[in-house]
Design a protein around this ligand. Structure first.
Ligand SMILES: [Zn+2]
Length: 175
């Protein structure tokens, strides 16, 4: 297995209380469900309590989504934070010369290889839960889709009598 894409957190695992911080960036090459316009970048902070390895992360990226109503592509910035904890077993080497603590996991898709975080697995999990479930090309479900607005605008400009009447009525209403 290649070491690429691994973030070595052993120093945090062996030294409870010691906080590590990393700047990370990944293009998530194998991401099929989401069309990323730029790599996911951000920071990861790791600290061990002795029994738990705590990870706090902040990421941002930009991706293409599909409008849940009209299917139009939408470019959106996506920012998310992650707060995770992983069980740690064993005596940290900071406490005992023969000690070696290690992260334990029973996930179907492991996040760790020994005490190294598999960056893409971790970031992907954060992405999946933070992707908007029903993105819209307009601002809300109350308003129409952008294409619809454009269509109405075109009809108005072409002088559709119904829209002229509506315009007049709206103007009168405002005064
Ligand atoms: Zn739409």
């Amino acid at each position: 297995m290649k070491r690429e894409g691994l973030l070595d957190l052993n120093e945090a695992v062996q030294h409870p209380g010691k906080k590590l911080a990393f700047e990370v960036r990944t293009a998530l090459d194998q991401e099929e469900d989401l069309d990323l316009l730029e790599p996911v970048s951000g920071t990861i902070e790791a600290v061990s309590t002795g029994n738990l390895l705590l990870l706090t992360s902040r990421f941002k990226t930009r991706a293409v989504f599909e409008c849940a109503r009209c299917g139009a592509p939408i470019e959106k910035d996506l920012e998310f934070v992650m707060d995770d904890q992983f069980a740690v077993e064993g005596v940290p080497s900071a406490y005992s010369r023969e000690g070696y603590a290690h992260v334990v996991e029973d996930e179907p898709e492991p996040m760790f290889q020994e005490n190294s975080l598999i960056l893409d697995h971790y970031v992907r999990q954060g992405l999946i839960v933070n992707v908007p479930s029903q993105p819209l090309c307009s601002d809300s479900w109350d308003g129409p889709c952008k294409e619809e607005v454009k269509g109405q605008e075109n009809e108005r400009l072409s002088g559709h009598p119904a829209f002229k009447a509506l315009q007049g009525w709206k103007k009168g209403d405002e005064e």
